[in-house]
Design a protein around this ligand. Structure first.
Ligand SMILES: *[C@@H]1O[C@H](CO)[C@@H](O)[C@H](O)[C@H]1NC(C)=O
Ligand SMILES: *[C@@H]1O[C@H](CO)[C@@H](O)[C@H](O)[C@H]1NC(C)=O
Length: 327
Protein backbone atom coordinates (compact mmCIF):
# COMPACT_ATOMS: atom_id res chain seq x y z
CA UNK A 1 0.00 0.00 0.00
CA UNK A 2 1.27 3.44 -0.84
CA UNK A 3 1.67 5.03 2.55
CA UNK A 4 2.65 8.54 1.76
CA UNK A 5 3.94 10.69 -0.98
CA UNK A 6 5.57 14.06 -0.85
CA UNK A 7 2.90 15.99 -2.69
CA UNK A 8 -0.18 15.64 -4.83
CA UNK A 9 -0.03 16.24 -8.54
CA UNK A 10 -2.35 18.73 -10.22
CA UNK A 11 -4.91 17.17 -12.53
CA UNK A 12 -5.84 17.99 -16.08
CA UNK A 13 -2.68 19.77 -17.20
CA UNK A 14 -1.45 19.13 -20.75
CA UNK A 15 2.30 18.57 -20.92
CA UNK A 16 4.56 18.03 -23.87
CA UNK A 17 6.85 15.01 -24.13
CA UNK A 18 10.14 16.77 -23.28
CA UNK A 19 8.53 18.40 -20.28
CA UNK A 20 7.20 15.01 -19.22
CA UNK A 21 10.65 13.49 -19.60
CA UNK A 22 12.25 16.27 -17.61
CA UNK A 23 9.60 16.10 -14.93
CA UNK A 24 10.02 12.35 -14.71
CA UNK A 25 13.74 12.75 -14.27
CA UNK A 26 13.23 15.42 -11.60
CA UNK A 27 10.75 13.22 -9.77
CA UNK A 28 13.15 10.25 -9.80
CA UNK A 29 15.96 12.47 -8.57
CA UNK A 30 13.74 13.92 -5.87
CA UNK A 31 12.53 10.50 -4.77
CA UNK A 32 16.11 9.25 -4.64
CA UNK A 33 17.18 12.04 -2.32
CA UNK A 34 14.00 11.83 -0.34
CA UNK A 35 14.33 8.08 0.25
CA UNK A 36 18.04 8.18 0.97
CA UNK A 37 17.34 11.03 3.38
CA UNK A 38 14.77 8.89 5.10
CA UNK A 39 16.90 5.80 5.48
CA UNK A 40 19.90 7.72 6.69
CA UNK A 41 17.80 9.99 8.88
CA UNK A 42 20.06 11.68 11.37
CA UNK A 43 17.26 13.18 13.39
CA UNK A 44 17.74 12.68 17.15
CA UNK A 45 14.63 10.52 17.31
CA UNK A 46 15.32 7.28 19.14
CA UNK A 47 12.82 4.65 18.10
CA UNK A 48 10.88 3.33 21.04
CA UNK A 49 11.07 -0.27 22.06
CA UNK A 50 8.59 -2.12 19.94
CA UNK A 51 7.18 -5.49 20.93
CA UNK A 52 7.22 -8.54 18.64
CA UNK A 53 5.52 -8.23 15.31
CA UNK A 54 7.87 -5.45 14.30
CA UNK A 55 8.75 -5.59 10.65
CA UNK A 56 10.34 -3.43 8.04
CA UNK A 57 8.06 -2.78 5.10
CA UNK A 58 9.64 -0.76 2.31
CA UNK A 59 11.78 0.94 4.90
CA UNK A 60 8.71 2.07 6.77
CA UNK A 61 8.61 1.32 10.48
CA UNK A 62 5.71 -0.89 11.51
CA UNK A 63 4.59 -0.34 15.09
CA UNK A 64 2.42 -2.74 17.01
CA UNK A 65 0.28 -3.99 14.18
CA UNK A 66 -1.47 -0.67 13.74
CA UNK A 67 -1.13 -0.43 9.98
CA UNK A 68 -3.30 -2.46 7.69
CA UNK A 69 -0.71 -4.16 5.54
CA UNK A 70 -0.63 -5.71 2.08
CA UNK A 71 -1.24 -9.24 3.43
CA UNK A 72 -4.35 -8.07 5.26
CA UNK A 73 -5.73 -6.58 2.05
CA UNK A 74 -4.88 -9.68 0.02
CA UNK A 75 -6.51 -11.87 2.65
CA UNK A 76 -9.79 -9.96 2.62
CA UNK A 77 -9.84 -9.89 -1.19
CA UNK A 78 -9.41 -13.69 -1.19
CA UNK A 79 -12.28 -14.11 1.26
CA UNK A 80 -14.59 -12.09 -0.99
CA UNK A 81 -13.50 -14.03 -4.04
CA UNK A 82 -13.71 -17.44 -2.37
CA UNK A 83 -17.28 -16.71 -1.32
CA UNK A 84 -18.21 -15.27 -4.73
CA UNK A 85 -19.44 -12.03 -3.14
CA UNK A 86 -20.60 -8.98 -5.12
CA UNK A 87 -22.37 -5.72 -4.33
CA UNK A 88 -26.05 -5.78 -5.32
CA UNK A 89 -28.89 -3.35 -4.84
CA UNK A 90 -29.78 -3.32 -1.15
CA UNK A 91 -33.49 -4.22 -1.34
CA UNK A 92 -36.02 -5.99 0.88
CA UNK A 93 -35.22 -9.69 1.01
CA UNK A 94 -35.92 -12.58 3.31
CA UNK A 95 -35.25 -11.47 6.89
CA UNK A 96 -33.57 -8.25 5.75
CA UNK A 97 -35.38 -4.92 5.67
CA UNK A 98 -32.97 -2.08 4.82
CA UNK A 99 -33.83 1.26 6.48
CA UNK A 100 -32.52 4.77 6.24
CA UNK A 101 -31.41 6.32 9.54
CA UNK A 102 -34.64 8.35 9.62
CA UNK A 103 -36.80 5.26 9.06
CA UNK A 104 -34.88 3.34 11.68
CA UNK A 105 -35.36 6.16 14.19
CA UNK A 106 -39.10 6.18 13.51
CA UNK A 107 -39.25 2.39 13.98
CA UNK A 108 -37.29 2.69 17.20
CA UNK A 109 -39.66 5.32 18.60
CA UNK A 110 -42.59 3.05 17.84
CA UNK A 111 -40.74 0.03 19.23
CA UNK A 112 -41.24 -1.63 15.84
CA UNK A 113 -39.53 -5.01 15.83
CA UNK A 114 -38.00 -4.58 19.32
CA UNK A 115 -39.03 -6.41 22.47
CA UNK A 116 -39.65 -3.78 25.12
CA UNK A 117 -41.19 -3.39 28.54
CA UNK A 118 -44.66 -1.81 28.50
CA UNK A 119 -45.62 0.76 31.08
CA UNK A 120 -44.18 3.85 32.70
CA UNK A 121 -40.53 4.78 32.50
CA UNK A 122 -40.04 4.14 36.20
CA UNK A 123 -40.01 0.51 35.24
CA UNK A 124 -37.21 1.06 32.80
CA UNK A 125 -34.44 -1.47 33.16
CA UNK A 126 -31.93 0.34 31.01
CA UNK A 127 -28.88 1.42 32.97
CA UNK A 128 -28.00 4.32 30.71
CA UNK A 129 -30.73 5.18 28.19
CA UNK A 130 -29.38 6.64 24.96
CA UNK A 131 -31.22 9.13 22.71
CA UNK A 132 -32.69 7.50 19.61
CA UNK A 133 -30.88 9.72 17.13
CA UNK A 134 -27.60 8.52 18.58
CA UNK A 135 -28.73 4.88 18.53
CA UNK A 136 -29.30 5.11 14.77
CA UNK A 137 -25.87 6.76 14.44
CA UNK A 138 -26.97 10.02 12.85
CA UNK A 139 -23.71 11.51 14.13
CA UNK A 140 -21.73 9.22 11.85
CA UNK A 141 -22.86 11.44 9.00
CA UNK A 142 -21.84 14.73 10.66
CA UNK A 143 -18.63 14.97 8.67
CA UNK A 144 -17.80 15.60 5.07
CA UNK A 145 -15.97 12.35 4.82
CA UNK A 146 -16.98 8.81 5.74
CA UNK A 147 -16.79 7.60 9.32
CA UNK A 148 -14.30 4.95 8.21
CA UNK A 149 -11.74 7.71 7.57
CA UNK A 150 -11.17 7.82 11.34
CA UNK A 151 -9.25 4.58 11.10
CA UNK A 152 -7.00 6.01 8.38
CA UNK A 153 -6.11 8.96 10.57
CA UNK A 154 -5.38 6.72 13.55
CA UNK A 155 -3.16 4.36 11.56
CA UNK A 156 -1.20 7.25 10.12
CA UNK A 157 -0.71 9.15 13.39
CA UNK A 158 0.09 6.08 15.49
CA UNK A 159 2.59 4.91 12.93
CA UNK A 160 4.38 8.16 12.26
CA UNK A 161 4.59 9.28 15.86
CA UNK A 162 5.96 5.81 16.78
CA UNK A 163 3.69 5.47 19.77
CA UNK A 164 3.06 2.38 21.89
CA UNK A 165 0.03 1.72 24.14
CA UNK A 166 1.98 3.39 26.97
CA UNK A 167 1.93 6.72 25.15
CA UNK A 168 -0.04 9.76 26.26
CA UNK A 169 -2.10 11.34 23.50
CA UNK A 170 -3.99 14.64 23.35
CA UNK A 171 -6.50 15.40 20.62
CA UNK A 172 -7.69 18.96 19.99
CA UNK A 173 -11.30 18.69 18.85
CA UNK A 174 -12.19 14.98 18.98
CA UNK A 175 -15.85 15.54 18.02
CA UNK A 176 -17.77 12.27 18.17
CA UNK A 177 -14.55 10.22 18.49
CA UNK A 178 -14.37 9.19 14.85
CA UNK A 179 -10.58 9.05 15.26
CA UNK A 180 -10.37 9.05 19.05
CA UNK A 181 -12.12 5.68 19.47
CA UNK A 182 -9.21 3.94 17.81
CA UNK A 183 -6.70 5.66 20.09
CA UNK A 184 -8.79 4.96 23.19
CA UNK A 185 -8.94 1.27 22.29
CA UNK A 186 -5.22 1.13 21.58
CA UNK A 187 -3.89 3.16 24.53
CA UNK A 188 -3.81 2.28 28.20
CA UNK A 189 -6.57 3.41 30.52
CA UNK A 190 -6.58 7.17 31.02
CA UNK A 191 -3.90 7.87 28.43
CA UNK A 192 -6.20 9.56 25.90
CA UNK A 193 -7.12 13.20 26.47
CA UNK A 194 -9.25 15.54 24.40
CA UNK A 195 -10.46 19.13 24.40
CA UNK A 196 -13.77 19.53 22.53
CA UNK A 197 -16.16 22.45 22.25
CA UNK A 198 -19.25 20.91 20.62
CA UNK A 199 -21.72 19.70 23.22
CA UNK A 200 -23.75 17.42 20.92
CA UNK A 201 -20.59 15.71 19.73
CA UNK A 202 -19.55 15.11 23.32
CA UNK A 203 -22.98 13.65 24.07
CA UNK A 204 -22.55 11.25 21.14
CA UNK A 205 -19.12 10.31 22.47
CA UNK A 206 -20.19 9.72 26.09
CA UNK A 207 -23.70 8.40 25.60
CA UNK A 208 -23.23 6.21 22.54
CA UNK A 209 -19.71 5.65 21.23
CA UNK A 210 -17.86 4.80 24.44
CA UNK A 211 -20.57 2.55 25.90
CA UNK A 212 -21.41 0.83 22.60
CA UNK A 213 -17.74 0.13 21.87
CA UNK A 214 -17.11 -1.18 25.37
CA UNK A 215 -14.57 1.55 26.02
CA UNK A 216 -15.92 3.14 29.21
CA UNK A 217 -13.30 1.24 31.20
CA UNK A 218 -10.58 3.10 29.31
CA UNK A 219 -11.61 6.32 31.11
CA UNK A 220 -10.67 8.81 28.41
CA UNK A 221 -10.39 12.38 29.71
CA UNK A 222 -12.62 14.46 27.45
CA UNK A 223 -13.04 18.07 28.54
CA UNK A 224 -15.42 20.70 27.18
CA UNK A 225 -13.77 23.95 26.16
CA UNK A 226 -12.97 26.14 23.20
CA UNK A 227 -10.40 28.56 24.52
CA UNK A 228 -7.30 26.36 24.36
CA UNK A 229 -7.31 26.15 28.14
CA UNK A 230 -5.67 22.86 29.07
CA UNK A 231 -5.56 23.41 32.84
CA UNK A 232 -7.99 20.53 33.45
CA UNK A 233 -5.52 18.07 31.99
CA UNK A 234 -3.05 18.70 34.78
CA UNK A 235 0.49 19.95 34.59
CA UNK A 236 2.35 16.64 35.07
CA UNK A 237 1.46 14.81 31.88
CA UNK A 238 3.79 15.07 28.90
CA UNK A 239 2.32 13.99 25.61
CA UNK A 240 3.91 11.72 23.03
CA UNK A 241 1.39 12.90 20.47
CA UNK A 242 -0.81 15.97 20.18
CA UNK A 243 -2.98 16.21 17.08
CA UNK A 244 -5.67 18.40 15.58
CA UNK A 245 -7.68 16.96 12.69
CA UNK A 246 -9.44 19.69 10.69
CA UNK A 247 -9.57 22.00 13.70
CA UNK A 248 -6.96 24.77 13.45
CA UNK A 249 -8.30 25.89 10.07
CA UNK A 250 -11.61 26.73 11.77
CA UNK A 251 -9.94 28.80 14.50
CA UNK A 252 -8.61 32.37 14.53
CA UNK A 253 -4.82 32.32 13.97
CA UNK A 254 -4.28 34.11 17.26
CA UNK A 255 -6.00 31.36 19.22
CA UNK A 256 -3.99 28.67 17.43
CA UNK A 257 -0.79 30.41 18.57
CA UNK A 258 -2.10 30.70 22.12
CA UNK A 259 -2.75 26.97 21.99
CA UNK A 260 0.70 26.16 20.64
CA UNK A 261 2.29 28.27 23.34
CA UNK A 262 0.41 26.40 26.06
CA UNK A 263 1.06 23.03 24.44
CA UNK A 264 4.74 23.37 23.67
CA UNK A 265 5.82 22.50 27.21
CA UNK A 266 3.28 19.69 27.43
CA UNK A 267 4.92 17.91 24.52
CA UNK A 268 7.74 15.44 25.16
CA UNK A 269 11.01 16.97 23.95
CA UNK A 270 12.40 15.57 20.66
CA UNK A 271 10.34 12.35 20.44
CA UNK A 272 6.93 13.95 20.98
CA UNK A 273 5.01 15.08 17.90
CA UNK A 274 2.34 17.61 17.05
CA UNK A 275 0.38 16.78 13.89
CA UNK A 276 -1.96 19.30 12.26
CA UNK A 277 -4.15 18.36 9.30
CA UNK A 278 -5.26 20.10 6.08
CA UNK A 279 -3.17 23.30 6.18
CA UNK A 280 -1.10 25.49 8.47
CA UNK A 281 -2.34 28.89 7.36
CA UNK A 282 -1.87 30.17 10.92
CA UNK A 283 1.81 29.79 10.06
CA UNK A 284 2.02 30.48 6.31
CA UNK A 285 -0.01 33.70 6.60
CA UNK A 286 2.83 35.13 8.71
CA UNK A 287 5.39 34.30 6.05
CA UNK A 288 7.89 31.47 6.34
CA UNK A 289 10.59 33.32 8.23
CA UNK A 290 8.30 34.94 10.75
CA UNK A 291 6.55 31.63 11.38
CA UNK A 292 9.82 29.78 11.93
CA UNK A 293 10.86 32.52 14.35
CA UNK A 294 7.65 32.24 16.36
CA UNK A 295 7.88 28.46 16.44
CA UNK A 296 11.50 28.63 17.57
CA UNK A 297 10.52 31.01 20.36
CA UNK A 298 8.09 28.36 21.56
CA UNK A 299 10.77 25.68 21.29
CA UNK A 300 8.97 24.10 18.37
CA UNK A 301 10.26 22.99 15.00
CA UNK A 302 8.36 22.25 11.79
CA UNK A 303 9.45 18.91 10.34
CA UNK A 304 7.48 18.75 7.11
CA UNK A 305 4.34 17.75 5.31
CA UNK A 306 3.13 14.21 4.88
CA UNK A 307 0.22 12.65 3.08
CA UNK A 308 -1.54 9.40 3.86
CA UNK A 309 -3.80 7.36 1.61
CA UNK A 310 -7.14 6.06 2.79
CA UNK A 311 -7.64 2.31 2.89
CA UNK A 312 -11.23 2.36 1.69
CA UNK A 313 -11.85 5.35 -0.55
CA UNK A 314 -10.06 7.60 -2.99
CA UNK A 315 -8.83 10.17 -0.57
CA UNK A 316 -5.63 11.28 1.09
CA UNK A 317 -4.95 13.09 4.32
CA UNK A 318 -2.48 15.96 4.50
CA UNK A 319 -0.57 16.32 7.77
CA UNK A 320 1.99 18.83 9.03
CA UNK A 321 4.47 17.55 11.58
CA UNK A 322 6.11 19.48 14.45
CA UNK A 323 8.31 18.55 17.37
CA UNK A 324 9.76 20.20 20.42
CA UNK A 325 13.42 20.85 19.80
CA UNK A 326 14.31 22.08 23.29
CA UNK A 327 14.46 19.99 26.49
C1 LIG B 1 -34.02 4.68 33.39
O1 LIG B 1 -33.34 4.20 34.54
C2 LIG B 1 -32.12 4.77 34.79
C3 LIG B 1 -31.43 4.04 35.91
O2 LIG B 1 -32.25 3.94 37.03
C4 LIG B 1 -32.30 6.24 35.05
O3 LIG B 1 -31.07 6.86 35.35
C5 LIG B 1 -32.89 6.85 33.82
O4 LIG B 1 -33.13 8.23 34.00
C6 LIG B 1 -34.18 6.17 33.42
N1 LIG B 1 -34.56 6.62 32.11
C7 LIG B 1 -35.68 7.22 31.81
C8 LIG B 1 -35.89 7.60 30.40
O5 LIG B 1 -36.51 7.41 32.66
C1 LIG C 1 -8.42 27.99 32.55
O1 LIG C 1 -9.49 27.42 33.22
C2 LIG C 1 -9.39 27.40 34.62
C3 LIG C 1 -10.59 26.69 35.18
O2 LIG C 1 -10.69 25.41 34.67
C4 LIG C 1 -9.27 28.82 35.15
O3 LIG C 1 -9.08 28.79 36.55
C5 LIG C 1 -8.10 29.53 34.48
O4 LIG C 1 -8.08 30.88 34.86
C6 LIG C 1 -8.21 29.42 32.97
N1 LIG C 1 -7.01 29.96 32.37
C7 LIG C 1 -7.01 30.80 31.36
C8 LIG C 1 -5.69 31.26 30.87
O5 LIG C 1 -8.03 31.15 30.79
Amino acid sequence: MALWSSSSSPKGIVVTFPVLLLTGFAVILFCFFFISNLSSCSCPVTPRIVVSGTAANNGVHIGEGVLTNKDDVEWVKDQIKANGLQMHENVLRKGINPRTRAQQLEDLRQFKGISHYEGPEDQNRTAFPCPGELLVEEHHSNYGEPWAGGRDVFEFLAEFSHITPDAHVLEIGCGTLRVGLHFIRYLRRGHYHCLERDELSMMAAFRYELPSQGLLSKRPLIVKGEDMNFSKFGSEVHYDLIYASAVFLHMPDKLVWVGLERLSNKLKPYDGRIFVSHNIKFCSRLGGEECTKRLTNLGLEYLGKRTHDSLLFNHYEIWFEFRRSKP
